[in-house]
Structures are given as C-alpha cells and as structure tokens.
Write a protein that binds this ligand. Sequence first.
Ligand code: D5M
Ligand code: FE
Ligand code: ZN
Length: 531
Amino acid sequence: MSFQKEISNALSYITAHGYQIHPEAFKILKNLDSNIMEIIQKVVRFKKNQNDTNIILIEDIRNFCTINISNKFDTLTVSDSKLQDKNIIKTTINETQEFEIISTSEITINKPNYRESFKIIYDSADYIDPEEGINGYISLFKSRFHQSLKILSTRPESKRINKISSIKRKIKQEKNNNYLENNLSVNGNTSIIAGLVMSKRSKKNNIELAIDDLTGIINTIALNEETIKLVSKLTLDQMVMLEIENKGINHVIKNVISPDIPDHIPNKGKSDGYVVLISDLHIGSKYFKEQEFLKFLNWLNSSDNEIVSKINFLCIGGDLIDGVGIFPNQEKELNDSTIYQQMSHLTSLLEQIPKKIQVFVIPGNHDLGRRALPQPAIPKKDAGILYSWKNFSMLGNPSYIELNGVKILMYHGQGLDDIIATIPGLSYSNPAEAMKTLLKARHLSPIYGQRTPIAPEKDDMMVISEIPDIFHSGHVHVMGVQNYRGTLIVNSGTWQDQTPFQQTMGIIPTSGIAIAVNLSTLRPFQIDFSQ
Ligand code: D5M
Ligand code: FE
Ligand code: ZN
C-alpha cells in the first residue's frame, strides 16, 4: 500500500470512530516508519477504554511507538565498546521483590555499532526567576493551578467543571430568597470542581477538604469509606478535581480525580545502553562509605564486564557532599570539616569515572547553592572542576533529561519528607510508594510551609508537566523500585551509613548499591557493593 493511502486510511479510521487528530500528532504520524494503521487502532482502542478525550495528541501516538525525534541539543557519540567478553558480573546482583532478576550472561550484545544520544529537555535552573514576598507566592500558586488544570483537561469530567464562585452564588441567591436549607433547589445536584487542596481535616467518620480554584474556596466533605480512602491519599496544596453533591450547606464528595499520569507504554532506547542511577554520597561525612564507593568506581573502570561496557550514562541525584552547617552539631559527624575539603574529596573520586560515561548531576539539600526548591545547579565557583569536564552536565533540581529517547525526571526528593509525614500508609521504608503519590499529584513538592523550603517562583517548576519514563530520586536513603502506569520509579538509596539522626527516626538506609537500567528494556538491576 502506498504511504499516502496508508495515511488516508488511518485518517478515515480516526474519524469513523468519532476521533480527531491534533495537527502536531498528525505531523509525527506522518514521520513514522512503522505500521501507521496498527498504531492508530491501538490508540483509539486505548482512548476508548480509558474514556479519554476524542482528540489524539502527540502523547497518545508516543505511547504506542518509538519516535525518532531529531536532536535539538548536544549529541554524544560513544564509541563502540569492546563487548566480546561475556564474563559474569563480579559484584552480586541481589534479589528484591520488585526486580526482575536476570543472570548477566543472558544479556546478549547484538548491536555493536550503536549511537548513544542525550538531550537536556528541561533544566529548572534555566528558569529560576523568583518574585519577592507575597506576590511571588500568589503567582507560584496561580501557575500551579493553571498548569494542573491543563493536565486535568484531558479528562472527560473536566468539561463539566463549575467555578466555585458560581456554585456559592447560586446557594446564596436561594438562601436570600428564604428557601429553607433542606429545600434548596440545588440540593441533590452534582457538580465538578477543580482546585488546590487548602486544608484537610480528618475527623472520626469523615474528612473535610477546603478547595480553592482562584474564584473562591469551598468546604467539601468525604463521608463514605471509599471517598475517605481516596481523599486521605491527597496531599495539601495539590490540585484535584472533585465531583460533589450539594446537600443543604454541605458539599459531599462523590468522586476524587487526581491529575495523575496516564497508563502508558514508555519510550525505550533502540540500542542496548545502560544508565546507572546513584544519589546521596554524603562525601565528607564520617558515615560516607568510601570503600564501597571506591569499589563502585573500580567496577565502572573494569574492562571485562558486560554491563559495564554498555554503561554510557550516570545520573547523580543530589547530596554529593555532606556540607557544613546543614543541621545542628554537624561538625561532630564530619571527616572533612570544610566545604573546600569536601569538594576536593568529591572531585578526586568523581575524576575516576570513565570519560566515556556522560554524567548528569543535580544538587540535594546538603549541596552548595540555594536550599529552596527548585535548586540551581551546584555553583560553578565551588565546583569549577566538575564544570570543566566535558562528560559532566551540572543541572538544577529538578531536571528532565532524555537518554537514547528515554525521558528521565531527576529530582533529589526533599518533598518526600512532607508527603511521608502527612499521608497515612507511607513510610521511609517504601520511598517508591511515596514517589508514586507525587506522580499522582503531578507535583514534586506540593506541600507548602512545612519542612521543605519552596522559593516564590513566578512559574511553578515543580509541576510534573511531562510524563517521565524513569522517575529518579534519592534523599530518603532507602532504595525502592516500582513500575507505576508505565513509569519506572527508582529511589537510588545512599552511600552513607546510618547517621544518629536516622537512627532516632528509625530509618534503615540501603547503602552501597547502584541501580543500572537497561534503556532498551527499562529493566532495573541492582549492583551491590556493600559486601
Ligand atoms: O536525608 C537523610 C534522611 O533523613 C532521609 O531519609 C530523609 C530524612 N530526613 C531529612 N530531613 C528530615 C526532616 N526534616 N524530617 C524527617 N526526616 C528527614 P538527608 O537529606 O540526606 O539529610
Ligand atoms: Fe541525603
Ligand atoms: Zn537529602
């Protein structure tokens, strides 16, 4: 069949099923080299099942194929590695529930001359532009509201969103007309509202939520077991869409719709390359496990290892050093007592990373630079040497990168403290579940005014505007891996032993383990250097 015919058949299929295609999605469709009709049929079937909008977007197409997007940014070519040797990996690969365990000898190398590519898709550091005082926070929340509303607009329920001000006006008018509360004509009506969760009060048999949509604030209540459970998982200051039923002056929650990520097929790399994910080195701390980290560096330099020869990328998710003055009496826990010592210690270790590996670094709450989120990259004046290495990209926290077409969201994870402290059922022992809560809220640090400092940025850069294929965090110091709706969630643990603070908090760290992900399958492996 000619290409034109194939396109025209696909378009007929789309319209025959009551769907439309966005011009940008159409452009991508035309550039595909795979079976267009098959992809369109899958997209339509999926959208029907999901009760999704009738417009086919780029996202929908992307979910069902591998798209070759031209590189707008730097491209790195990693020369062919000598991959003949099939030795079993020297370090142990431990079994955990979430991991698919494969003996390394099962991995075959069939594409020796591949081209590896990376792009920096979004570095929050490039957009930092705070506004002073209260105005800054007003624009931050407005930006959060509008970005999240855009995310929610793909849901069919969003077409019925009512402004909170108009719901309140109606009730007020009726009350002014001296209707008795129980006789209000709005009684029994259901409406959809969408706004930020301003307060959440758990009582014995219900939860009260106040929702603000910039036109007004409305108090709603969850009364039955099912809605109470859904509401209890919402975080303060996150966006949510609610279906409410008016009962007198009460607005009873009937349904809870979080922005969430759609169930999707992630992008996968065309070649067999690996990315290694690590975080929370805490160099300078007495508890930094230097021997284990040296073993890791040694492993990266080994020439006889199959996985190693295919590692082209390394993501470091923050807390590279322990810092100075980060918490009270920290000096008693430091081996390197000055920032200068810590940074040169860091440099002497990172220097040992093979230059063929492209390294992406974001800061954490222990690193140098601004503490409030989003964090600019570790400053050049303190980390000039790292900036001078061509294989290093110093990025802000958070950042999105794309490795062989796989989109990775890197975020240190500070906001997880507030999430774990306030959402029932979450704990430091299961960080991936807490990270899932962030994906559902489509926000990396929704809760304002508690432990995590957030800067009054004009644009809320902590909204998860893109759907990541891999979501990488650290901070918690406990390893966790989970697949959620097609996104691989990874918390990469730490290289620091348990600190006295963590002991009092009951946090048992997972230290000395690196996580390698095969970019062509998104299969995670853990490589344990702790023994
Ligand atoms: O965080 C190390 C660990 O300590 C990690 O599990 C989070 C936890 N942590 C850090 N700050 C707090 C606060 N303020 N409350 C509760 N738990 C916290 P690190 O960033 O490496 O110090
Ligand atoms: Fe840390
Ligand atoms: Zn941290």
